[in-house]
Design a protein around this ligand. Structure first.
Ligand code: DQA
Length: 157
């Protein structure tokens, strides 16, 4: 069995299901975890799914992913837009990193259009609600399996 895919969640995502449901939907974080774990299992991976409201805790978990994870999926929530310390931790990783958001930040307020995390991420999955996590873990699994199964970046028009 390969090392697990870490799936890390930032501040306020513990309130998923009740927090701004018109934006984030009514699926709870426990339901997201179960759906993501099921998807990962079909791809031959387990997941280690965690949430914290604390920047330093998330950074500790990113550091742990260096040695303990096959790949990392991260929904940094608001910290993605603000935290250089989180970016620095991500830049120390050599495993694939998939940034994941429920909403599509590019279509929201201007302060959400940039994330520091994107500077370290292999790619992003945004805007598909809870399904974003399933797609992100699929991308992470394929990247972790190596070049023959990894999604290829677009070469442009
Ligand atoms: C979010 C988008 C962020 O801008 C926001 O701060 C969140 C959730 C999302 O999953 O859509 O907390 O990361």
């Amino acid at each position: 069995m390969p090392k697990p895919i870490f799936v890390l969640n930032g501040p306020n995502l513990n309130l998923l299901g009740v927090r701004e449901p018109h934006i984030y939907g009514t699926t709870t974080l426990d339901e997201v975890r179960d759906r993501t774990a099921a998807r990962a299992q079909t791809l031959g991976f387990s997941i280690d799914f965690r949430q914290s409201n604390h920047e330093g805790v998330l950074i500790d978990w990113v550091q742990a992913a260096r040695t303990d994870a096959s790949a990392l999926v991260i929904n940094p929530a608001g910290l993605g837009h603000t935290s250089i310390a989180l970016l620095d931790a991500l830049k120390a990783l050599t495993i694939p990193i998939v940034e994941c958001h429920l909403s599509n930040p590019a279509a929201r307020e201007s302060f959400r259009r940039h994330t520091y995390v994107s500077l370290a991420a292999t790619g992003q999955v945004t805007g598909f609600g809870a399904v974003s996590y399933e797609l992100a873990v699929e991308a992470a699994a394929r990247l972790a399996q190596g070049p023959s199964t990894a999604p290829s970046p677009s070469q442009g028009a």
